[in-house]
Write a protein that binds this ligand. Structure first.
Ligand SMILES: NC(=O)c1ccc[n+]([C@@H]2O[C@H](COP(=O)([O-])OP(=O)(O)OC[C@H]3O[C@@H](n4cnc5c(N)ncnc54)[C@H](O)[C@@H]3O)[C@@H](O)[C@H]2O)c1
Length: 373
């Protein structure tokens, strides 16, 4: 198969996690970019010597591109994914897949009609430890998964944010930006369909108009459940509970002083403040703390693999080195070579969004929310 030429649409914070991965994947080539901001385009072209378009439609129409990695704001994912697919480009789309289930359906249909793959980007199911926990559950070695606890405390509300990133009416805000990760983790490991959600959310930072914490119980087909806990106010980082290792496999400073209390910023302020590139660390990534309880044992992560607790004691399983954000490129490439669908695909992304929207609805209406089959 010829080299897969991948373009990036949206050169903000997420793209900084993605761009360093290209050089590590054989068979993939960074090809171009698109952004509305002239300074971001100029920086990309200077750094990579590649074209950067101000109009994403031009990028999608370019003949020397095979796939578009969409890193634009949530409310643009649907429009941009359909645009890319309609030009015959494969799509990697940042989570959450979209802002409504109807948008997800249209994206899935566009990918199908145009014979291209639709892969959810930045999903933690692509992290080696999460995939390995899902494999153990699937193997049946510990019996069925009965309960998954997954918890994340971070500083999401303390990072530079635009007002539109906090706006739940635009399909943004802390819950829609961060809960997809924990839902993906729980659903992939459980390997079953979520059927019902009961949740509470809180909004306790008067300068940041978004829910900033949440507790959700998600029930799955067969009766098992996941207990999801999220808190983004920044006073505590749950990497203190995961061997001091964070979501990039990086070492985190324990007891770090919270950054100054934020307010939404202008675009000029946000992109100036968010200019540093985050480096991937050597350890397996931890997106919070996840404990998987099965009928005959428990699984959790260690810095280099998994810890499996059974009647025979605790066994540590080593895992292959972390892939970081090269995982999406490898998954797309493998799927094309093996002539199969990608994972996580559009249907999985839609399922996760359905749980997210149910969390918001359950909290708003104070009741259980059933999910469609
Ligand atoms: N920030 C993260 O660490 C992170 C991690 C994983 C996934 N994501 C996801 O990535 C997406 C983007 O988040 P972000 O944090 O990078 O936001 P951001 O605001 O930092 O970047 C978004 C970029 O998209 C550009 N943009 C806006 N409209 C555009 C258009 N019509 N055409 C081309 N470019 C356009 C903006 O100028 C900006 O550079 C979101 O869906 C988010 O959920 C973010």
């Amino acid at each position: 198969m010829p080299e897969l030429r991948v373009a990036i649409a949206g050169l903000g914070a997420a793209s900084k996690l993605v761009l360093p991965s290209f050089s590590s994947v054989e068979g993939v080539k960074l090809a171009a970019a698109s952004d509305l901001r002239a300074e971001a385009r100029a920086k990309f072209t200077t750094t990579y010597g590649l074209p950067a378009y101000d109009d994403i439609a031009q990028l999608c129409a370019a003949p020397d591109i095979d796939a578009v990695w969409i890193e634009t704001p949530n409310h643009l994912h649907c429009e941009h994914a359909i645009l890319a697919a309609s030009h015959g480009k494969h799509v990697i789309c940042a989570k959450p897949l979209a802002t409504t289930l109807d948008e997800c359906d249209r994206m899935i249909a566009a990918a199908k009609e145009n014979g291209v793959r639709l892969l959810v980007g930045h999903s933690k199911v692509l992290d080696t430890p999460v995939a390995a926990m899902a494999d153990i559950v699937k193997s049946g070695r510990l019996g069925r998964a009965i309960q998954i606890d997954t918890l994340l405390y971070n500083d999401w509300l303390r990072r530079p944010r635009l007002a539109e990133e906090l706006d739940e009416n635009l399909g943004a805000g802390f819950i829609l930006r961060q809960a997809p990760h924990l839902i993906d983790i729980a659903s992939a490991i459980m390997g079953a369909r979520p059927t019902q959600v009961r949740a509470l959310t809180g909004s306790w930072d008067d300068k940041m108009p978004t829910a900033g914490n949440c507790a959700a119980l998600v029930q799955y087909e067969g009766g098992a459940f996941a207990n999801i806990s999220l808190n983004g106010y920044g006073y505590f980082d749950s990497s203190e509970l995961t061997f001091g290792i964070g979501s990039m496999g990086d070492a985190r400073a324990a007891g770090a002083k919270p950054k100054s209390r934020g307010t939404p910023l202008s675009a000029a302020e946000k992109y100036a403040a968010a200019s540093e590139t985050r480096e991937r660390g050597p350890a397996q990534p931890f997106f919070g703390l996840t404990i998987v309880s099965c009928e005959r044992g428990v699984i959790r992560q260690s810095p280099s693999g998994l810890l499996v607790y059974t009647d025979d004691g605790c066994e540590e399983i080593s895992l292959p080195p972390p892939k970081g954000r090269a995982a999406e490129l490898i998954e797309l490439l493998d799927a094309l070579r093996e002539n199969r669908d990608v994972f996580p695909n559009g249907a999985f992304g839609k399922q996760t969004l359905a749980v997210c929207l149910a969390i918001l609805r359950s909290a708003r209406e104070g009741r259980d929310v059933a999910l469609q089959g």
